[in-house]
Design a protein around this ligand. Structure first.
Ligand code: NAD
Length: 259
């Protein structure tokens, strides 16, 4: 945002990861500069001066409580998750679902913004073109897409936690597609494997489309959501169209990429 930010202090959960670290960097560029803290299980990498790093596993409520007591943020950006391509349902449920529930139960903040995923509205079978924010969240009963399933459950937990009472927390979910941009872990690996001649198979006719989201757009969306939630605490929005609290937003680029 070009105007002065309302975010005075922020906590980035998973702030040593690819998106979380970029979020921390961009927070530090806001004016006036907010206080920034990070919770992560790997705080040795992607460290920035003037940021307070806490070794916190979000599956551990005691660790969350104690670090929150010390950091006292006003806004939480929750970007933590295990990587997407694992076949470990218990891990996804423990971190994405139980960990997110722990954060919701422990946090007493004005605004809570969760980095969900565009895959929470996808069933892994049907084609989906030009989907929008009106699509319902999807739970996969057979849990074929275990990562997406855990993200959908967590997304719903966050939206259900939205509370307009004076002591309550306003919440919102940002749902990006595959994230690319400076510092991402995906595109470099794709190019490297292609250069090594490792891509020898094609599924379908090569015209399958999927969305990617530029990381700066994800961060911008997170900040807009946080600003809107903080604003809504003082001036509740006049119409439902303006409501950010309790809502999820798909963030994609305009262009589809075929491969
Ligand atoms: P990443 O793996 O780079 O970062 C995730 C961070 O979370 C890591 O630093 C990791 O240490 C931390 N973490 C994992 N388990 C934790 C725990 N139990 N307690 C505390 N911290 C923990 O992931 P990313 O690519 O930066 O993704 C950020 C968020 O965006 C995730 O929630 C992911 O689900 C979501 N997302 C990512 C993509 C993508 O293409 N990368 C697409 C859509 C949504």
């Amino acid at each position: 945002p070009s105007t002065a930010t309302k975010i005075q202090s922020a906590l980035v959960i998973g702030g040593c990861g690819s998106l979380g670290h970029r979020t921390v960097e961009q927070l530090l560029k806001l004016e006036p500069t907010p206080q920034v803290a990070v919770f992560d299980i790997q705080t040795k990498i992607n460290r920035i001066q003037d940021v307070n790093y806490y070794d916190v596993d979000i599956t551990n409520k005691d660790q969350i409580y104690s670090a929150l007591e010390r950091s006292r943020p006003e806004v939480i950006f929750h970007t933590a998750s295990p990587p997407a391509a694992l076949s470990d349902l218990p891990l996804y449920m423990r971190v994405n679902v139980d960990g997110t529930r722990n954060l919701i139960e422990c946090a007493k903040v004005g605004a809570f913004v969760y980095t969900s995923s565009a895959s929470v509205v996808h069933d892994s079978v049907s084609d989906m073109t030009d989907g929008d924010d009106s699509l319902p969240l999807l739970y996969l009963p057979d849990q074929t897409e275990i990562y997406s399933h855990s993200k959908a459950v967590a997304d719903q937990l966050v939206l259900n936690a939205n509370s307009t009472t004076p002591a309550g927390m306003l919440t919102s979910c940002i749902r990006p597609s595959m994230i690319f941009g400076e510092g991402d872990y995906v595109t470099g690996e794709l190019v490297k494997r292609a250069a090594e001649g490792k891509y020898k198979w094609q599924i379908g006719d090569g015209k399958n489309e999927c969305d990617w989201t530029f990381n700066e757009n994800v961060i911008h969306a997170q900040f807009l959501a946080a600003e809107a939630l903080l604003d809504a605490r003082v001036h509740p929005p006049a119409s439902d169209d303006m409501k950010v609290a309790g809502q999820g937003f798909l963030i994609t680029n305009d262009e589809h990429i075929s491969f």
